[in-house]
Ligand binder design. Structure first.
Ligand code: ZN
Length: 318
């Protein structure tokens, strides 16, 4: 008995010294925040979760806020009713941002409680990772710190007072201060995403142009755009409705305090999330936001070609 115990203890010590850490211990912790959106967060969150988990680099939790108001134009009474019903739910919603390496937001909707806003600001400022996914950049037009984190955003009354539009012209970033509303897009279509910064850890080693699946081409995003780096753009062809004739920023990074933000303007719906280029840049951007480095391998050139959409779809639930 004693021998067995000694043997087990010895084994434990040896293993502590020499055994490789378990795969789970190596993984980064990601938190997806959803619950309200002018998009179908119910169908996009599972795809985000799958992409991150399938990369082998993350464990993923989801924190869902109280529900948004009922659809349609609401009377003052209906609005008050919604707020009253939600108040105790908001009082309970306290995501522990600090427990995670990276927070991925798939949220746009009601104002977060002040306590949550303060915790979120502190988390990012102190070095937390943040990923802004598509319509999450529509959120909180009146929250200055959030707008600094996202760099640029759309809709919600954004205009020239929100900050410039960011354009890629003649090989460099131009801040376009001309007046007008922030945020537009035409009908969804497949479009080529062009990498503009080939040295950044997120984009290094990737094919420089790939055909992205059917999506909205977000245009005229506006914001403070401080400490913003454009990684990739897409051309908003003026022959299409709402086409600006500009190379619009699609993938960006923003430095906010010690925090790293990866802003991905792509991903309107699950059908927009099927191409390997989207999935690879999302996973790599999330890893970079979490750690400042990227270890995930780049797809092969034939997996991200510029002339056809190469898909990898989330398996249907059995
Ligand atoms: Zn959309």
């Amino acid at each position: 008995m004693k021998t067995l115990r000694t043997f087990l203890t010895l084994g434990l010590i040896l293993c502590t010294l020499a055994c490789p850490p378990s795969r789970a211990a190596e993984k980064l912790k990601a938190l997806i925040v959803d619950g309200q959106n002018n998009h179908s967060w119910e169908t996009t969150t599972p795809v985000l979760k799958w992409i991150l988990e399938e990369s082998g680099r993350f464990t993923v939790d989801v924190s869902t806020t109280p529900p948004g108001p009922p659809k349609g134009r609401l009377s003052a009474e209906q609005k008050a009713e919604h707020e009253k019903a939600n108040a105790p739910r908001w009082a309970k919603w306290r995501p522990k941002f600090g427990d995670y390496d990276v927070v991925v937001t798939n949220y746009t909707g009601d104002r977060w409680p002040d306590e949550v806003r303060a915790a979120f600001e502190l988390y990012v400022r102190n070095g937390g990772g943040l990923v802004i996914f598509h319509a999450a950049n529509n959120a909180f037009p009146d929250w200055p710190e959030f707008n600094e984190m996202i760099g640029v955003g759309g809709w919600g009354g954004r205009n020239e007072k929100s900050g410039p539009m960011i354009r890629w012209r003649d090989g460099k970033v131009v801040r376009d201060e001309s007046p007008g509303p922030g945020g537009t897009h035409g009908p969804q279509h497949e479009f080529v995403v062009e990498i503009r910064d080939t040295e950044h850890p997120i984009t290094k080693g990737l094919p420089t142009r790939w055909l992205h699946a059917i999506d909205e081409l977000y245009s005229k995003l506006r914001g403070p755009a401080k400490n913003l780096t454009v990684l990739a753009t897409a051309y908003a062809d003026p022959s299409r409705r709402a086409g600006t004739g500009e190379h619009e920023p699609m993938l960006m990074t923003i430095a906010y305090g010690k925090g790293r933000v990866f802003h991905d303007a792509l991903g309107h719906a699950p059908a927009s999330m099927v191409d390997i280029g989207f999935q690879a840049t999302l996973a790599r951007g999330t890893e970079w936001a979490a750690t400042g480095k990227v270890t995930l391998p780049a797809p092969k050139p034939e997996e991200m070609p510029a002339d056809k959409v190469v898909k990898r779809e989330m398996p249907a639930k059995p």
